[in-house]
Design a protein around this ligand. Sequence first.
Ligand SMILES: Nc1ncnc2c1ncn2[C@@H]1O[C@H](COP(=O)(O)OP(=O)(O)OP(=O)(O)O)[C@@H](O)[C@H]1O
Ligand SMILES: [Mg+2]
Length: 323
Amino acid sequence: MGCFRCTGKSSKKSENLNNDYSDNKTNKPQDQTASDAVKVNPDVNVKESEVKKEAVSKHDQLALDVKGLNMKEEVSKDGQTNGKRAQTFTFDELAIATGNFRSDCFLGEGGFGKVHKGRLEKINQDVAIKQLDRNGHQGIREFVVEVLTLSLADHPNLVKLIGFCAEGDQRLLVYEYMPLGSLENHLHDLPPGRQVIDWNTRMKIAAGAARGLEYLHDKMKPPVIYRDLKCSNILLGEEYHPKLSDFGLAKVGPSGDKTHVSTRVMGTYGYCAPDYAMTGQLTFKSDIYSFGVVLLELITGRKAIDITKSSKEQNLVAWTLKM
Ligand SMILES: Nc1ncnc2c1ncn2[C@@H]1O[C@H](COP(=O)(O)OP(=O)(O)OP(=O)(O)O)[C@@H](O)[C@H]1O
Ligand SMILES: [Mg+2]
């Protein structure tokens, strides 16, 4: 059993789409992204009417959507942020925080771009700064959806977005720093000397990830389908406390008596629910399928997709089903 339309490397998002996110913006309520729905939510102060007056391209429109969010956060006297809304940072502030994106601050790289560790003195906090690679697979839409989703979310098992930078062409996201990195770093291709995580810790990580998912599905208003649950998106804090990260693909879930949202297939090969991959009908259960794959990885120590194995063993779900 495999995901027929999600093709590509297991570590990268892949989809049957190109980089033009603009045609994803339809008026159909069932094809809303998280950002689309949030625009009509008065809580986030989106000045949509002002935004619409501008004669801009759709990509510029998205950038304006972020700027119209009125997310500017005052930093209190003790250096902490007031509330959960994201702050805006200048590019210079983030360059200084990372020593001009020095190579020894480099944490890793995904489809969005490079991630560096930094230190923001004004809030007295270590952060992880993700910089959009303009030539990469992901883009402005994911940046906007990430900011909107995480600005509304607040849960101990979701990574905190501290702020963002949308200056000129630059798009950067600033997160709380997760000292143990991603679950993937602890499960697969361990560097010499790294301890294998024990069974109890594995179950603690699974339970925390499930709580984060439950919050997205059942507590958030509007409810959100994550679409990107995988080991590399489960970040680990002190004592392996897990937090879900990367909400750029998130979609508002079906409302009323609808069972699904119809959308282009996006996700990561190996984690994508086969029914969603075949029909484009996204449901909350699509995330549960991905959670099941993560659980299998935790239990078996195998990768969701491992092309170094024999063909019968490459796909973890297919291999498990034959047992
Ligand atoms: N908040 C954070 N704290 C510490 N490390 C982080 C943080 N966010 C990301 N990283 C590290 O940066 C690396 C790249 O992460 P990123 O989310 O960009 O890509 P990915 O999840 O590996 O791939 P994909 O783009 O397919 O989702 C990962 O190795 C991750 O461990
Ligand atoms: Mg990630």
